[in-house]
Design a protein. Sequence first.
Length: 733
Amino acid sequence: MKHLLGLCMALGVFSTADAQQLNLPIIQTKYTADPAPYVHGDTVYLYTTHDEEGAGGFLMKDWLLYTSTDMVNWEDHGAVASLRNFKWYKGDNGAWAEQVIERNGKWYMYCPIHGNGIGVLVADSPYGPFKDPLGKPLVWQKDHWYDIDPTVWIDDDGQAYMYWGNPNLYMVKLNEDMISYSGDIVEHPKIKDYQEGPWFWSRKNAKGQKKYYMAFASTCCPEGIGYAMSDKATGPWEYKGHIMNHTPQTRGNHPGIIDFKGKSYCFGLNYDIYRMETSAHAEQRSVSAAEMTYNEDGTIQELPYFLHCELNQVGSFNPYRRVETETMAWGYGLRTTRENPSGPWNPTLFVTNIDDGEYIQLRGVDFGRDKGKIKFTASCSALLEGGKIEIRIDGVEGKVIGNVTVTNTQFKYREFTTVLEPVNGKHDLYFVFKGSRLQKKNLFNFDWWQMEPLKKGDVTSSVTVEDGGIGDYKAVMQEFDGFDAHTVFMPADMSKFNNKNPLPILVWGNGACTNSPWEHYRFLNEIASHGYIVLATGYIPEGDTPYRGEMSKPEQQIESIDWIIAQNNDKNSPFYGKVDTKNICVAGMSCGGLQSLFNCADKRITALMICNSGLFLDPSIAMPNMPMPGKDKLKDIHTPVIYILGGETDIAYKNGMDDFHRIDHVPAIAVNYPVGHGGTYRKPHGGEFSIPAVAWLDWQLKGNKDASKMFVGKDCGILKRKDWTIEKNSKVK
């Protein structure tokens, strides 16, 4: 909205309501000019020239493509051709107004290279790659520089024509191969008000009479859009007036005319986006479009300036598919670029330059009826802190239907998943970008997004942590529908696991009885990357933001065991037949350790891991929501157990070591690392605490004899690591 108001002020319009009624340029992420729309099937292919950002004069090196099926939401396909396609041209400027047309399954792009004639490129697809079939210009009258702005039309009888020229108008008849011509170049008599940028087409009027049209940029400056008509493709041309009159806002112009889904449209160019930022002039142009109306005799009703014209959506936008993020109705301030700009055919195009408060708008998004909750996935990359995507409807400050938190991904693309509230009918959709207190600019890159109706058991939130961990299986942190208040860490690629190679299970409880593993997610993700399903109590963390909600309960660990066993037996589950339900370790830190001891009698548990925790020596101590069993509870332990403690400065040290010394009926180990109660969980990949944790799980749940060497023997592995100490009871063999 701030950008709309900025434009209003520049135009002398001050109300927000008026701003919302303006017909603003359809492309905002790049400076575009010389629109060449072409209708094929149910899609408008809009080819444009490209003003390089920051240039004062004409600096144009490539040709861009945008597509739309509804005239208001446009997908950026980047550069589909450039001056480099013409090997015979040695310059780096001059990619002026082109036009593209399809014939017999081939796509032909006619490209003026200022001062070097008009070349032609050919492709099998509207998206390219385009190649030069001639190795020289198609047309080049070397005695002057008038060979610019080609326009091509194929008549009903199959004859193709190309017109071009500034300030004179020229024509040739193209052969069926579309890369050669027959006869001489014809110079037409001067049309009144003609300057440049011709656009040639034909259609029948209301009486069924076929008429030919020549629109053009009318005499500079400022330029309008004039037009002439004829009864023949070869003229003569009769001047008819203006489609859009000369206005102070135009300065330059270049028309493109199409019929699409029962309506007619006029495209042109202006400086409206650039004028949002400065009153100075530079060749930083933008493309606009407006609905156009013919009279019964075929003449055209004059339009006001683009800002005050209509451009309504035809149809609606379907969100239930993968949508490239560079598809938008509005995205001022953002930029689109390629992952690898070395080749124009690289498909990886994304939105970048995302700052706090900027947004993407899509118009007329049809959510359907009664679809329920919606699963939303976004592919993003961030080098620093990242940021948040607020997903809103009906306005930048409209109703929030969901949020996505984008965390640091080391600039690798990761998928972030969330659940949107149910939405019915058609709404404008907004992705509003928010930074943090420390980062307001260049928050992250945004590649694509997808919506789909939420199904039972779907992933409802997904985050890649620290590039998936350093184990053999890159891990992902997720939430699942129907498994509320639990976070799952698991290998991202589950195809490697089956009933012959199943994943053992770690069930985790959090410190301070928090209902989110926000302090431990790096540690738990690291364990999962070594080939484990980790089921943590509580809601998925939003990065390192402390969780402030309700406290967890020990019963949630039992819920985790019940859930994963059921999933392993469910043929419709992604975990079906992939989980080792006979090898389950229950573990936790501080309060989570007490929860684990509270649940230790469950016969499905095959190992325990108690971290920075132990039963209280003083049974009279009581803490809210924290299970406080007495030392007699230790008799219920029926599995091997390890205590991982933070040394004598750990407030749980005495409790934990007392537990250890009382346990003589099962194998028990106590290891200490002098870091205090907080451990190393928040360090990269869980820090030092992840070393004995993974080794313990590998030994107890996978039967790995090499892992046992971390704890067994006088010169065991843990002692080879700096500052660690170990004690073992007599049951450890």
